[in-house]
Design a protein around this ligand. Structure first.
Ligand SMILES: NC(=O)c1ccc[n+]([C@@H]2O[C@H](COP(=O)([O-])OP(=O)(O)OC[C@H]3O[C@@H](n4cnc5c(N)ncnc54)[C@H](OP(=O)(O)O)[C@@H]3O)[C@@H](O)[C@H]2O)c1
Length: 271
């Protein structure tokens, strides 16, 4: 059993924290909006990130993005003010390697840091089927692997920041693919192709994985998170294709920002 502080109980964090509790770990949770923490059965609720982190062997953050993670870890009453030497901070949000490096430079001596962003949906989080892209020192990753394996399959990517970096490649592929699918459907309409012909071609070809991802009832990965993630990617590389996709995604934000990213796979103008 590990003493865990879990910070951030959004669509992903809530089922992950619940799963850790069910597995027998001692979980203390904190969330900015307290009602979500109070709703989590069986967990102890802390008033601040600092209070949650004070007694923990493993501190997990699962928050919107870079600004939220910096606030929760480095801000007033943040994790860094109380996390104890020997504990490991496991950063599981999608924030990219730059902010990860800033965290590493400002944690107290003796505190480990593992970047472990995830691939998968909210349903996969609840079932412990996430893909966890881990970066960090070997000892730190080894120390938290039993906890992470409760949440999914751990894929070691390399040293500090390697998991955060790998996640940007993986999520860019997904968002660009879904957006391209919508564009291809729009081209089919513009060319007056029968819908079933277009759909048959797309489902049988290289876009099939995106057809599958966007066919169901939809996940909880909204367009606004997709814009955040592509924005992180283009900070780190010359990426004209991703940049163009980011332009499309940002243009969709006012109308579709809160909807699952699968909405980008619809014929333009019918979303
Ligand atoms: N959704 C997915 O399918 C999916 C899949 C893989 C990875 N991810 C990544 O996982 C992370 C979490 O995603 P999610 O879907 O759980 O997001 P979400 O439902 O929007 O939850 C975001 C969490 O961050 C908190 N937060 C936001 N700004 C904050 C701030 N300034 N200070 C403190 N807390 C703050 C929110 O608190 P409140 O409750 O108070 O708003 C909430 O707990 C993101 O980095 C996302 O890119 C998501």
């Amino acid at each position: 059993m590990t003493t865990i502080a879990f910070l951030g109980l959004g669509h992903m964090g809530a089922p992950m924290a619940a799963r850790l509790g069910t597995a027998g770990h001692q979980v203390t949770v904190w969330n900015r909006t307290r009602a979500k923490a109070d709703a989590l059965a069986g967990a102890t609720v802390a008033d601040t990130p600092a209070v949650a982190a004070a007694g923990a062997e493993v501190v997990i953050t699962m928050l919107t993005g870079p600004a939220a993670v910096e606030a929760v870890v480095l801000g007033d009453d943040g994790v860094a003010s109380t996390i104890r030497p020997g504990a490991v901070l496991v950063e599981m949000s999608t924030i990219g390697p730059t902010v990860l490096a800033a965290l590493a430079s400002r944690l107290p001596d003796g505190v480990g840091l593992v970047d472990a962003p995830v691939g998968g949906s909210t349903g996969m989080a609840a079932r412990g089927e996430l893909t966890i892209l881990a970066g960090g020192a070997d000892d730190d990753i080894a120390a938290v692997t039993p906890v992470l394996e409760t949440l999914g399959t751990v894929r070691r990517c390399g040293g500090p920041g390697a998991g955060a970096a790998a996640k940007l490649v993986a999520i860019s592929a997904m968002v660009c693919g879904v957006t391209l699918l919508g564009e291809l459907r729009t081209i089919g309409v513009a060319l007056s192709l029968p819908t079933d012909l277009t759909e048959g071609l797309l489902a049988a070809g290289p876009m099939s994985i995106f057809v599958e991802r966007t066919a169901g009832p939809g996940g909880h990965y909204p367009v606004e998170l997709a814009a955040k993630d592509l924005g992180l990617t283009v900070e780190h590389a010359r990426a004209p294709f991703v940049s163009a996709t980011l332009g499309e995604v940002r243009a969709a934000l006012p109308r579709l920002g809160s909807r699952d990213v699968s909405v980008l796979a619809a014929v333009r103008g019918t979303e």
